[in-house]
Design a protein around this ligand. Structure first.
Ligand code: PLP
Length: 420
């Protein structure tokens, strides 16, 4: 019964440094969050030892009665959270959830129509290097040049011309509400399945502050680790139990083997947390906080793509300051604010450079930051970036001063105090 520190000091040290990094940096990556101690405990439990191929009550291994409880809890809570008739909590990731939906509903060579990567779409929605772009005839719709909102008129025209078997809504860097009814209507007009990938905004849907696509889509996929604040993983939900049977077969035995029962247990814990009234307040604060942060950036002369946000994320357009995303991300990291470079729609820069930054409020809100703290985060970002615009190597003095203030702020809102 050796502790990790005794058994493997090298690894223990890496974990300890990562915990310290999370404790002392402001996490602005829109796809990340900070899970509760209860979620960590479930995920770190001996359920990791168990093979449980199959589904609750229908397993290919003995000894599954207790992991069945965990999976049933996760399924029931997921259905309740989103008003769904069906849930599969076994996908190991958001990507695998999408692949399982493709496996269930499409054949190789079928046509799919998803949001362009450069307009905020995800790799798994038909990007060339991804399986979805290689095995299907992938087409992309985009956003309007004048307001950066999804161009629904053009989407309808494209759908009529292409006649896709599946239309995919949702993305990784689209800050606004999505008109799911418009997607449904267009899908019906051309006889396509509608998949809504709600990976990014699932927690906002669960919290009742973003439109719920479940009754409009044929199927929804999500990750469980972003705004939903659970362990790293994926999930498929649907209003349609009959289609659900196909998704079950596609996940197992179609795509995966033994489900990660410790992760499924942690999903159940997180969904239980999301069903509580506090989570509604959390979700509302995430949006308010993201607006406070982006408002401060606008006041400092930065552009926010589409002029604002309806969600947990905002896209900062750095072009008014002649900055690029790559050096901006690095400068902010030196000041202990972690975010990612991101292309803006119609970005003239390469994807490795970009003209933008994606920032999000889910993690900071979890650690207790309110609108005042997020406004200050926006101001501090602007201080670092303004200095970078003057000196492309970064202004060490400004960065050090901001870093000190960031660390102080993090200390006022501690995370994982029991973990050192
Ligand atoms: N779908 C969307 C919209 C995403 O943003 C992501 C993750 O970034 C995924 C799917 C993939 O999730 P994972 O990283 O768990 O494979």
């Amino acid at each position: 019964a050796q502790s990790l520190a005794d058994a493997d000091p090298q690894l223990a040290s890496a974990i300890s440094k990562e915990i310290q990094r999370q404790q002392t940096q402001i996490e602005l990556i829109a796809s990340e969050n900070i899970v509760s101690r209860a979620v960590l405990e479930a995920q770190g439990s001996p359920l990791t030892n168990k093979y449980a191929e199959g589904y609750p009550g229908r397993r290919y291994y003995g000894g599954c009665e207790f992991v069945d409880i965990a999976e049933e809890l996760a399924i029931e809570r997921a259905k309740k959270l989103f008003g769904a008739a069906y849930a599969n909590v076994q996908p190991n990731s958001g990507s695998q959830a999408n692949q399982a939906v493709f496996l269930a509903l499409l054949k190789p060579g079928d046509k799919i129509l998803g949001l362009d990567l450069s307009s905020g779409g995800h790799l798994t929605h038909g990007a060339r290097p991804n399986l979805s772009g290689k095995w299907f005839e992938a087409h992309a719709y985009g956003v309007r040049e004048d307001n950066a909102l999804i161009d629904y008129d053009k989407l309808r025209e494209q759908a009529k011309e292409i006649q896709p078997q599946m239309i995919i809504a949702g993305g990784s860097a689209y800050p606004r509400e999505i008109d799911f009814q418009a997607f449904r209507d267009i899908a019906d007009e051309v006889g396509a399945y509608l998949l809504v990938d709600m990976a990014h905004f699932a927690g906002l849907v669960a919290g009742g502050v973003y439109p719920n696509p479940v009754q409009l889509a044929d199927v929804c996929t999500t990750t469980t680790h972003k705004t939903l604040r659970g362990p790293r993983g994926g999930m498929i939900i649907s209003r349609d139990e009959a289609l659900g049977k196909k998704f079950n077969s596609a996940v197992f035995p179609g795509l995966q083997g033994g489900p990660l029962m410790h992760v499924i247990a942690a999903k159940a814990v997180a969904f239980g947390e999301a069903l509580r009234p506090e989570f509604k307040a959390y979700a509302a604060s995430v949006i308010e906080n993201c607006r406070a942060m982006s408002g401060a950036l606008v006041e400092a002369g930065y552009d926010i793509v589409s002029g604002g946000t309806d969600s947990h994320l905002a896209l900062v357009d750095l072009r008014p300051k002649s900055l690029t995303g790559d050096i901006s991300e690095a400068a902010l990291e030196r000041a202990h604010m972690t975010c990612n470079k991101n292309g803006v729609p119609f970005d003239p820069e390469k994807p490795t450079v970009t003209s933008g930054l994606r920032v999000g409020a889910p993690a900071g809100t979890t650690r207790g930051f309110g609108a005042a703290e997020f406004r200050r985060v926006g101001e501090m970002m602007a201080e670092v970036l303004d200095a970078l615009a003057v000196n492309r190597d970064g202004d060490a003095e400004v960065e050090a001063r901001v870093r000190d203030e960031v660390i102080e702020l993090c200390e006022r809102f501690p995370i994982y105090p029991a973990l050192g």
